[in-house]
Design a protein around this ligand. Structure first.
Ligand SMILES: [Cu+2]
Length: 189
């Protein structure tokens, strides 16, 4: 993930969301936040719920969805190889899911503040959690490594989690739509 235009010096939660129509909301969608800003749940019909937390270290489950001390700060390039459940792996392999980056300085104050509180955590201002950028997942390659004859259509029949790399394309904040290239890696680990 190569973000641009996110608030410097502030943590930006980022997740793979799966559900809804597995798509990104339009940039001009009106939300329930200040001056019509989009809050996270406003677009749940588009991108569903958090399936993977793209943290910098440690747990990557939805439980870490707001682990602000383990998300990138500012606009660093993010790259991490991680394991997901077979169910999530299957959904991603089928092209379902989007990547959402959160945290918007709506009022230009240079920090997360404002009168409207987050729809995810009422102790946080909405600016800390509002969606900032969204990119759909594309499956770049479905070739089976090694050409094993024992792999069925699903590829995770043994219950192991497939590993994926999310990266290679830019997510542009503040109005742009990004595309995340997804490459299948050695499913046997
Ligand atoms: Cu999210």
């Amino acid at each position: 993930i190569t973000p641009q235009g996110l608030l410097e010096g502030a943590p930006h939660a980022q997740h793979i969301h799966i559900g809804g129509t597995n798509s990104c909301p339009s940039n001009d969608m009106e939300g329930s936040g200040a001056n019509g800003a989009l809050q996270v749940t406003d677009a749940a019909g588009s991108y569903g719920a958090i399936a993977v937390s793209l943290t910098t270290e440690g747990d990557t489950s939805p439980d870490s969805g707001l682990a602000v001390d383990r998300f990138p700060v500012g606009n660093p390039t993010y790259s991490r190889t991680l394991q997901v459940s077979p169910e999530v792996a299957q959904q991603i392999a089928e092209g379902d899911g989007v990547v959402v980056l959160h945290g918007v300085d709506l009022n230009g104050s240079g920090t997360y503040d404002g009168d409207v509180m987050s729809d995810l955590d009422p102790s946080l201002p909405e600016e800390a959690t509002d969606p900032a950028a969204c990119g759909t997942l594309d499956v770049a390659s479905m070739s089976m490594p090694g050409g094993g004859a024992d792999t069925g259509a699903g590829g995770t029949a043994d219950g192991s989690s497939a590993a994926f790399v999310v990266g290679g394309a830019a997510l542009v904040a503040a109005g742009g739509a990004g595309v995340i290239a997804l490459r299948r890696r050695d499913a046997e680990g």
